[in-house]
Ligand binder design. Structure first.
Ligand code: ADP
Ligand code: MG
Ligand code: MG
Length: 876
């Protein structure tokens, strides 16, 4: 027969899977000799068995009864004894805390017979009847779904007539009779008088509360699996509502908002726990307890110290004082803000409780990311207009614009406001300070793209009625027009009218080198932990940067090189016309002329970047996107040509362009003529780029610099593609005087490359996983098409725990990576291997890359500190 029930003295905190968090910690406190009322835990195994079968597993209640006897013996008080009854609390508690989501029933064991015994033992008849009515109410609601309102209405009516001292015992006894009638009317039978029946029904109800609507919803939001089940803790009641020398409270061993040491919490005299939640009376700050009950207060401080030293972390605590005797009802390692996480980790190192390695594990890359965003000054914020989903943190202020072209053209800060966004909005999103949508959630296009770019985003603000044609949106009767200034908070989702002042985050200022680490305790803690991460990590951190400015920023943020310098950005803007000449070239002469015109421009770009990253590797990727991306869109050209013809004018160059666009049209550009394929069919294109790199490096050397360029070939699927490009590149390199050795490597971003990595390594000095394309090609979906369509369904249904574009799909895409690492290194042991997809800045993905044995990750500049921290965490 399986064991389902564990006395508090049997368990410990390592068994939270089985006993739930609350049960495991009650057991731990019991072991520590802290004053915990005796009790036992019915395991999550029992819950899972119950939920699977729809009825309690055989023998469960016998086992519960046996454990109950031990509690009774310990206290010398029996459940149902009319002279001196034991009362029980029946409390839910799963593996992960789900605050307020499931049920707790207090005062189990009271009935018409025991209520008198309780009154006699505690000498308080009023209290006993009040407890009885609490039981009927909680039990009725939890076990049978009797609406709380009905009880509350009667209670409120009684309180209104009772006068200053509150209802007396007789009135409460009458109230119990009324409660019983309410119970009978809703349930169809009398309130169960048998205490053991009450207990078993309560345990069942707690099991069932695992599947309540709100518990399910909460789990989905928090990514807690649905099949864990809850444990049930059954323990002796203690009473905080026995007069002024009793009470109940919560405490934190440090300030969970800032991490500052001190005494934090709230206390309510003459009350039970649920009164605090109900907010019937105002709590007092915990330090007040020192005045009310100095003995209990100092005992509590002692216990808090014990718990902190034992858990070696911030703990939060629920306690109750029964007539001057302190009881511990709950503890756990407490939740805290990102700032407090860093500060506390540093303090615990200073106090000798944890090592620096452990401290690294107490903070996350996600928390560091939060600390880098500027924030609105709360004191200066007006009432918000509305709130949506805080999808990408940050505080953005700007003029409202309703279309992306306007946003892209704007020279001052703008907020792009759309019902929803699509890939066409990208230029506007890039240009805007922030993005606000009225539709879609955390996985909408706007949210995902904005997070990827580090752009502030509030989405799904459905109170907004957006009318782009009229150039306005309304919230209720307020109208906001294009050009009006608004402020959006990507953390809270709030939307404010006007400009709310922002405070640059001290952590961001420190990382940018504008603030010294001693400036404040938070910055000091970040400095210390990042420094330690740098010391222990084995993974290098480079940045994706296309301009000298980005390169310099990345360097300040701690990047030790550039892992991806895209060259396509260098083909935009004023250079578009040169690219058009290249595409339209008729014959080798025109082609050569077009390339010759581009060469000096490319060379100058590379000189700038190599200078900014002097002495550090700069991986330059040869041109990747399909060429038609550099031409005007088909619709625009068609319209221009049609207009010219209608006016009887010669469309001239537009007609040629239109023909080219039509010729080059691709149904699936992502899978078309791009990357290395382009280099092989457009003669001279890659050669020009290679020459530009080599000449730039030579120029830097002549200027006394130390350039370390690397040339990277995109989208290779077969070694022969790479070999052909490499041959050509080496021929070019040989002709450039004074050029350094330039390694030539490849991206691994299509499955075939990963599968033939051993062959490819023979021709490659390095590999760099392009995990964006590798994810797209491994899954056979295009990011632009899927994120706005079925991704939210997949996330809701749990098919994706998280978007595979956010965190690397370790089981599938990750397997291709592992394979390529193994075969690549087998073929060429000195092969350098990195990753340059957006995953390189995602903490969970960084942990995977570290484990897979990569040499470095490369990510956007502002993600560099996050990757450094994550890489450090992965190494301890
Ligand atoms: P939650 O998980 O929602 O915090 P709990 O199981 O902690 O629910 O119970 C809620 C409150 O019930 C506690 O804060 C405490 O005040 C009260 N409570 C729980 N156990 C006991 C007990 N043994 N004696 C008296 N009050 C209790
Ligand atoms: Mg609790
Ligand atoms: Mg790619």
């Amino acid at each position: 027969m399986p064991k389902y029930v564990y006395d508090f003295i049997e368990g410990d905190r390592s068994r939270a899977d089985l006993l739930g968090g609350k049960g495991a910690n009650l057991a731990e406190m019991t072991r520590l000799g802290l004053p915990v009322p005796p009790g036992f835990t019915v395991s999550t195994d029992a819950c899972r068995a119950f939920l699977a079968a729809g009825s309690p597993p055989a023998g469960l209640f016998e086992e519960v009864t046996a454990h109950l006897r031990q509690v009774e013996a310990k206290l010398n008080r029996w459940l149902g004894d009319p002279h001196d009854p034991l009362l029980l609390a029946v409390r839910s508690g799963g593996r992960y805390s789900m605050p307020g989501m499931m049920e707790t029933i207090l005062d189990i064991g009271l009935n018409d017979a025991t209520v008198g015994g309780l009154a006699a033992r505690l000498g308080d008849e009023r209290f006993a009847w009040d407890s009885y009515r609490r039981l009927i109410q909680m039990f009725g609601r939890t076990v049978y779904g009797v609406p709380t309102d009905e009880f509350e209405r009667e209670l409120a009516a009684l309180r209104a007539t009772a006068g200053a001292g509150g209802p007396n015992a007789g009135q409460l006894r009458d109230l119990v009779e009324t409660y019983k009638k309410i119970f009978l009317r809703h349930v169809g039978h009398d309130f169960p008088q048998a205490p053991h029946e009450q207990l078993f029904l309560a345990v069942r109800a707690v099991f069932e509360s695992w599947n309540s609507e709100r518990a399910r919803l909460y789990r989905r939001q928090e990514h807690i699996p649905d099949d864990l089940g809850t444990a049930v803790n059954v323990m002796a009641m203690v009473f905080g509502n026995l007069g002024p020398d009793s009470g109940t409270g919560v405490a934190f061993t440090r300030d969970p908002a800032t991490g500052a040491p001190g005494v934090y919490g709230d206390y309510l005299a003459d009350a039970q726990g649920e009164d605090v939640v109900a907010g019937i009376r105002n709590t007092v700050p915990l330090p007040e307890l020192e005045r009310l009950d100095p003995v209990s207060f100092h005992r509590l401080l002692e216990i808090m110290t014990t718990l902190e030293r034992h858990y070696r972390d911030l703990c939060d605590i629920e306690f109750t004082i029964e007539r001057g005797k302190l009881w511990m009802l709950q503890t756990r390692v407490g939740k805290r803000t990102a700032a407090a996480a860093f500060v506390i980790a540093g303090q615990l190192v200073d106090e000798g409780l944890i090592t620096l390695d452990e401290a690294l594990l107490r903070v996350t890359g996600g928390q560091l990311a939060q600390l880098m965003f500027p924030a609105f000054d709360p004191a200066a914020a007006p009432a918000p207009l509305a709130a949506g989903v805080g999808a990408s943190p940050g505080a953005a202020v700007g003029r409202v614009v309703f279309d992306s072209a306007a946003a892209a053209a704007a020279t001052d800060p703008v907020i792009l406001v759309r019902r929803e966004t699509n890939p066409d909005d990208l230029p506007g999103m890039i240009a805007a300070q922030g993005v606000l949508t009225s539709r879609g959630g955390k996985t909408s296009h706007a949210a995902v793209v904005a997070r990827g770019m580090g752009r502030t985003c509030v989405c799904g603000a459905d109170a907004l009625d957006i009318d782009p044609d009229r150039g306005e949106f309304t919230v209720g009767d307020r109208v906001v027009r294009a050009g009006d200034v608004i402020s959006i908070d990507g953390t809270t989702g709030r939307i404010y009218p006007g400009e709310v002042p922002v405070q640059p985050s001290p952590v961001a200022r420190y990382l940018a080198g504008e603030l010294s680490p001693e400036a404040d305790p938070l910055v000091a803690a970040v400095h210390r932990l990042l420094g330690h991460a740098d010391q222990v990590r084995k993974l290098g951190v480079r940045a994706n940067a296309d301009t000298p400015d980005d390169a310099r920023r990345a360097h300040r943020f701690g990047a030790t090189g550039i892992g991806l310098c895209r060259t396509e950005h260098m083909f935009l803007g004023e250079r578009r016309e040169l690219v058009e000449r290249l595409i339209l070239a008729d014959g080798p002469d025109e082609l050569t002329a077009a390339l010759d015109a581009l060469l000096p421009l490319q060379r100058a770009d590379f000189v700038g970047i190599l200078a900014a990253m002097n002495g550090l590797p700069v991986t330059i990727r040869l041109l990747d996107p399909p060429l038609h991306e550099f031409l005007p869109p088909l619709a625009e050209l068609t319209a221009r040509v049609a207009r010219a013809e209608a006016l009887g004018r010669d469309p001239g160059r537009d007609a040629t362009l239109l023909a080219a666009v039509r010729r080059m049209h691709e149904a699936n550009p992502m899978l078309g003529l791009r990357g290395v394929r382009l280099g092989l069919v457009v003669p001279g294109l890659f050669a020009m780029q290679v020459r530009a790199v080599a000449e730039a490096a030579a120029q830097r050397i002549r200027a006394g610099g130390d350039p370390r360029p690397e040339i990277m070939v995109p989208l290779v699927g077969d070694v022969r593609e790479l070999a052909a490009v490499r041959d050509e590149a080496e021929r070019v390199l040989a002709t450039v005087d004074g050029a350094p050795e330039i390694p030539i490597g490849t991206m691994i971003e299509v499955p075939r490359a990963a599968l033939t990595a051993g062959e490819i390594a023979a021709e490659a000095h390095f590999f760099s996983f392009g995990t964006n394309d590798l994810t797209q090609t491994a899954w056979a979906f295009s990011r632009d098409d899927v994120e706005g369509s079925f991704f939210s369904t997949y996330l809701e249904r749990g098919i994706f725990p998280v978007s595979p574009f956010e965190t690397i799909d370790a089981r599938g895409v990750g397997r291709l990576i592992r394979l390529a690492v193994a075969e690549g290194r087998a073929a060429r042991p000195e092969l350098t291997i990195g990753v340059c997809g957006e995953h390189g800045g995602d903490p969970d993905s960084v942990a995977f890359f570290a484990e897979a044995g990569l040499d470095y990750v490369s990510c956007s500049p502002y993600r560099v500190p996050i990757a450094r921290l994550a890489a450090g965490r992965a190494a301890v």
